[in-house]
Design a protein around this ligand. Sequence first.
Ligand code: ADP
Ligand code: MG
Length: 227
Amino acid sequence: MSLTLNDITLTYPDGEGRLTALDQVTLDVPRGSLTAVAGPSGSGKSSLLAVAATLISPDAGTVTVDGTPTTGMTRRQLTDLRRHKIGIVFQQPNLLPSLTAAEQLQVMADIDGRSPAKARARAMDLLDTVGLADHAHRRPHRLSGGQRQRVNIARALMNGPTILLVDEPTSALDHERGAAIIELITSLTHERGTATILVTHDRTHLTAADQIVEIHDGRLHLPAPAC
Ligand code: ADP
Ligand code: MG
């Protein structure tokens, strides 16, 4: 198992009380497989990804990455873990306007102290993988929404993560472009052997998943069989 959430409960302050965003969530995501998490807005999908990414520590329960429980790790250890093992694709690409597609990726390697030539070669290789070899020199304003999302995905893969966490990557795209993005995430998962969680509120994107779970009010369920 590459990523395991065990009995996770997460609450946020809410007026006088607490709101339970994740309620005893348990989920195993093996390497090389795609788990889709479907659920309506406000059901806890982004919270689940934030906990899996070790960006938020839960009130209770354990996140285990490559067999190592993350509970009790220092901030620094968690930052290191995220940098080397976890690729995160947020809902909005958040690309830097002044950087070309290749530079958006290279920045990740600079943080990691890799040599510029190696970083550039890896960035070009990944842009090729996501179908953007010819757009490496373009800045975000000269890329379409779908292309920006591809850069976002390539950037998350820059440091060779074993875990890939993707939050509603198609919400700003039309159906056809959205489907192509899901296809890309699926093939990257199988080729690179990542343990991938894909969050979506669009059920038509679930067919490619190896495992589908639904979340309602912070509780995970197996989906109801299709009628
Ligand atoms: P989803 O991604 O499925 O839309 P979220 O995980 O963003 O759901 O939110 C789950 C619940 O937690 C919602 O009720 C939301 O309002 C609440 N919530 C999310 N983030 C915070 C926060 N930082 N502080 C307080 N409540 C939050
Ligand atoms: Mg969300």
